[in-house]
Design a protein around this ligand. Structure first.
Ligand SMILES: [Zn+2]
Length: 541
C-alpha cells in the first residue's frame, strides 16, 4: 500500500510536470487565488492516482503493475511536455498506427532522460522493497479502505473549490487529458469500446448507382492525379500570401490555390477516412460507420484506380483497389534512382513520380481506357524531423533545425526546416504537373492537391498536431488546396476558369474532396453533392 501511495505521489508530481507547468502559466490561474487552486487541483489529481494505484496493490501484482504505470508515464511526460500534445483517443490511434520510421524520429536524449528519472530510478527502489504477505481478504479490505480514503480526501479538496473546479472542467477540459497515465489508459479503453461498436464484415455499399457519364464529343478519358498532402499548413504557402518564396515553381504554373480550406481532423488517422467518405465532417464524426470509400465508388463506376503510398499506409482506404508502396519499383529492370531512398527505407516524395506510366500500364487496360484516378500519399511535412523530408540540395531556408527535439532549436530554425518541406512539396507538385502535361495526348489530365491537416510550429508553445478539433488552433485545421485544370480539361468539364479563380477565398472544407473527384473523373451518382464539389459552382449547365 505504501508503494502504491508513493508511486502516486511520484507520478502525480514529477510525471505530470507538463500539466503543472501549463497551469502555472495560464492566465486563468493568475494571482494568489489561482495558484492556490493549482495546488488544490494537484491534490485532487494525486488522490485520483492514489485511489487508482490502490486498486493495483496486490502482493504479487503490485510491483509489475506499478512498473507498467511508471514506464507509461515517463514517455507521456516527455511528449506532452515537449510538443504540447494531449492524450485522447485520436492520439492513441495515431500512436498505434505509427510505424518504426516515425517512432525513430521521436527518439532522443530528452526521452531517455524522462524514462530514467521518472521511471527507472523509482523502479530500482520499488523492486528492492519487500511486500508483506497478507491474506487476500485482508488485502482486499486494505485496498478498499485506501481507495475510500483517497476518494474522500479528493472530494474534500474538490468541495473546497467547487466553482473553480467546475469552470476548469468546462473551459479547460483539455487539462484532464494531460493527467498521466490515466489519460492514456482512459483513451485506450474508450478506443476498445469504440472498436467493439464498429460494425464488422464487408463495408456498406455507397453510391450503388455510380456510373460513368457519357464523355463530351472531342474529350479524352480523364486522368485525375490526387495528391494527398501531409501536415502542410495553408499559411506557409507563398501562393496563399506567405511572405517567403515557398512556391517558386508552382507560382510559374497556372494553378488555382484556395486559401480558406478547413480540414476534417487534426491528424492523419482522423482526416483521411473522413476525406474519402461522402458524409462530410459533421455526419462522419458522429457516425463513421463501415462504409465504402471514394475509391470503391470510382472503381465500381469502371475507372482504373491506383493508390501509391510514401507514408504509413492508406488506413484501410485502399484495401479493395490496386495499391503500391512507392519504394517498390513498378519495373524490376528500372530501379528507383539513387538518392531518392535512404538505407532505413524512407523515400523522398519524388519517388512516387518514378515510372508512373509503368504503374498505369500495369492496371486493367479496359479501365484505363475509360479513365484513371491516381492517388499519391505524401510524406510531405511530417514532423518533428522536418529536415529528413527534403534532399540536401533542396533546402533554400537556412539554417534549419536538424533535430526532432524541436523545443531545443530556435523557432526560426524550426520554421526554416518546415518551410523547406513546403518548398519541396512545391517542387514535387510542379514535377507532377509537368508529367501530367506529357499524358495530355491520351488523357484530359487534372491535379488536385490537399493536405490532411496542418501543424503547430511553436505558436502558444504548441508543436505538431492532433489537438482535439474543438480546441485545436487554426494552424492545425487550415490546409492548402491546389487545383491544376488545363484548358482541355476545363472545356471537357464545362468549367468557367474565371469563376474558379474568383473563389480563391470562398470557405471550403475536406467535405468537398469526395464530390470534386467524382465530378472531375466523370462519375455520376445520386450521392454526389454539387454544393460541396469545390468546382461545382463553376460548372456551366
Ligand atoms: Zn497527417
Amino acid at each position: 500500500m505504501t508503494l502504491a501511495w508513493l508511486a502516486a505521489l511520484w507520478t502525480g508530481v514529477l510525471g505530470n510536470w507538463p500539466l503543472w507547468q501549463r497551469m502555472w502559466g495560464m492566465p486563468d490561474y493568475a494571482g494568489p487565488s489561482g495558484k492556490v487552486f493549482i495546488v488544490v487541483f494537484a491534490g485532487i489529481v494525486l488522490m485520483v492516482l492514489a485511489a487508482f494505484f490502490s486498486l493495483l496493490a496486490w502482493r504479487f501484482a503490485v510491483k509489475p503493475l506499478l512498473t507498467v504505470m511508471l514506464l507509461l508515464t515517463a514517455p507521456l511526460a516527455y511528449f506532452i511536455g515537449s510538443y504540447g500534445v494531449v492524450i485522447d483517443t485520436t492520439m492513441v490511434t495515431n500512436a498505434l498506427q505509427t510505424d518504426v520510421r516515425e517512432t525513430r524520429d521521436l527518439m532522443g536524449w530528452g526521452l531517455l532522460a524522462h524514462v530514467v528519472v521518472i521511471a527507472l530510478i523509482p523502479l530500482v527502489w520499488i523492486w528492492r522493497q519487500r511486500v508483506a504477505d497478507t491474506r487476500w481478504f485482508k488485502r482486499l479490505g486494505w485496498n478498499v479502505a485506501s481507495v475510500a480514503l483517497a476518494l474522500a480526501v479528493g472530494f474534500g479538496l474538490a468541495a473546497s473549490r467547487t466553482a473553480d473546479l467546475a469552470s476548469t472542467l468546462r473551459n479547460n477540459k483539455v487539462l484532464t487529458k494531460m493527467v498521466s497515465p490515466i489519460n492514456a489508459i482512459w483513451a485506450s479503453a474508450a478506443l476498445v469500446v469504440e472498436k467493439q461498436k464498429k460494425p464488422k464484415g464487408p463495408p456498406e455499399v455507397v453510391a450503388a448507382d455510380a456510373r460513368l457519364a457519357p464523355r463530351p464529343a472531342g474529350s479524352k478519358p480523364p486522368l485525375v492525379l490526387l495528391v494527398v498532402g501531409e501536415t502542410a499548413r495553408s499559411v506557409n504557402f507563398q501562393l496563399n500570401g506567405y511572405g517567403r518564396p515557398t512556391n517558386p515553381e508552382l507560382s510559374k504554373r497556372p494553378v488555382l490555390s484556395y486559401r480558406e480550406v478547413a480540414s476534417c481532423g487534426t491528424s492523419t488517422a482522423a482526416s483521411l477516412p473522413c476525406m474519402f467518405s461522402q458524409l462530410g465532417r459533421e455526419a462522419f464524426v458522429d457516425h463513421p460507420g463501415n462504409q465504402e470509400t471514394l475509391l470503391d465508388v470510382l472503381q465500381r463506376a469502371g475507372l482504373a484506380v491506383l493508390w501509391v503510398d510514401n507514408q504509413s499506409g492508406c488506413k484501410g482506404l485502399c484495401d479493395r483497389v490496386p495499391n503500391a508502396q512507392a519504394i517498390n519499383p513498378a519495373r524490376p529492370d528500372h530501379p528507383i534512382p539513387a538518392g531518392l531512398c535512404r538505407a532505413d527505407g524512407e523515400c523522398l516524395d519524388e519517388v512516387m513520380l518514378h515510372d508512373l506510366e509503368a504503374r498505369i500500364a500495369g492496371l486493367d487496360p479496359q479501365r484505363v481506357a475509360r479513365g484513371v484516378v491516381l492517388v499519391l500519399h505524401q510524406m510531405g511535412s511530417h514532423g518533428p524531423a522536418y529536415y529528413l523530408r527534403t534532399p540536401e540540395e533542396r533546402k533554400p531556408f537556412q539554417p534549419e533545425c536538424r533535430s526532432s527535439a524541436l523545443q531545443q532549436c530556435p523557432l526560426e530554425q524550426v520554421r526554416n526546416a518546415y518551410d523547406n518541406t513546403i518548398a519541396y512539396t512545391d517542387h514535387v507538385l510542379a514535377r507532377a504537373i509537368d508529367w501530367l502535361g506529357t499524358q495530355a495526348r491520351q488523357f484530359d489530365p487534372s491535379l488536385v492537391y490537399v493536405s490532411d491537416h496542418g501543424e503547430s510550429l511553436g505558436e502558444n508553445n504548441l508543436f505538431l498536431h492532433g489537438m482535439p478539433y474543438a480546441i485545436a488552433p487554426k494552424e492545425q485545421k487550415h490546409v492548402p488546396m491546389i487545383l491544376w485544370l488545363p484548358d482541355a480539361t476545363r472545356q471537357a468539364q464545362h468549367l468557367d476558369g474565371e469563376c474558379l479563380a474568383q473563389r480563391r477565398d470562398t470557405p471550403m472544407s475536406h467535405d468537398g474532396l469526395y464530390h470534386t473527384v467524382l465530378s472531375l473523373s466523370g462519375v455520376q451518382t445520386s450521392v454526389y453533392r454539387k454544393d460541396w464539389d469545390w468546382v461545382g459552382a463553376c460548372r456551366k449547365g
